[in-house]
Design a protein around this ligand. Sequence first.
Ligand code: SAM
Length: 296
Amino acid sequence: MPFVSPKILCRRHGLTPKKSLGQNFLLHPDQARRLVAALELGEHETVVEIGPGLGALTLFLAQAARRVVALEVDSRLIAILQDEILTDLPQVEIISQDALSFNFLALSRIEGRPLPVIGNLPYQITSPLLFKLLSEKAAVRVMVLMMQQEVGQRLLAQPGGKDYGILSVLLQYHFRLEKLFSLGPGNFYPAPKVDSVVLRFRPLFREPPGVDEELLREVVKAAFATRRKTLKNSLSAQSSRLGHSPAHILDTLSALNIDPNRRPETLSVLDFVRLAQALGERPSPTPKNAPAEPAD
Ligand code: SAM
């Protein structure tokens, strides 16, 4: 079946797009083709699509990949996809599942290789999905994701600005990010209130793994927990989360020549990595009033 405008499909099926599911469907096949081309699919690959909606991307994915696994939560759309849009495309498998609970690692193990992942994301799940994909990056070969411009800016932000935060540090540590193109509201039905941007993510694997990634995540979250505070204050307030005393955290900062009076948004990704490495390597000294170890 060729690309049919989502406006026509919605009218034909008496379907009202659900705002709560971020349903802003792509209007133009050329934009869908651009997103799919950015995955540089091999014809033997299995690709995962998040939120196929009315199949704008799915149709082009089916032409370029061996298998398409598409995760969708809206049963109204699944019915239309199965009965009308993807009828002669057995290589497409629609799975009725929340992408946030999908096991990307398990599928990649079955396929025996990391997977391309694509989605015009429902904006409500963008951040949790990015954190999930980051924790399952071993399952990912490349991701091409469309999101709100504002979230894209946060991902790409450099230290110093208001956009730089947890998402920027962690995503930039785990992925090489590229901004591909932006799309205005007129490219979607219904038109959203904001602009969108398409980013490509390629996983980075550091050899040897330089840092305990869980500790890095905790350090970054602790540092940004109270954005207006200095590192000294925010990290001290969160010290139990990091498994170190406030004094030890301060010592570690000064051993690394990081001024504890700096604010978290002034630290580079590398500064956070050094801090997490140092906290991982240097166990806290035993607190003075800790009970003595029993003698053998
Ligand atoms: N890919 C289509 C397109 O570009 O026209 C639809 C994109 S629309 C922005 C987002 C889609 O994600 C909708 O079809 C929506 O129902 C679906 N969706 C929303 N939450 C989801 C979730 N948690 N897991 C999987 N799909 C979801």
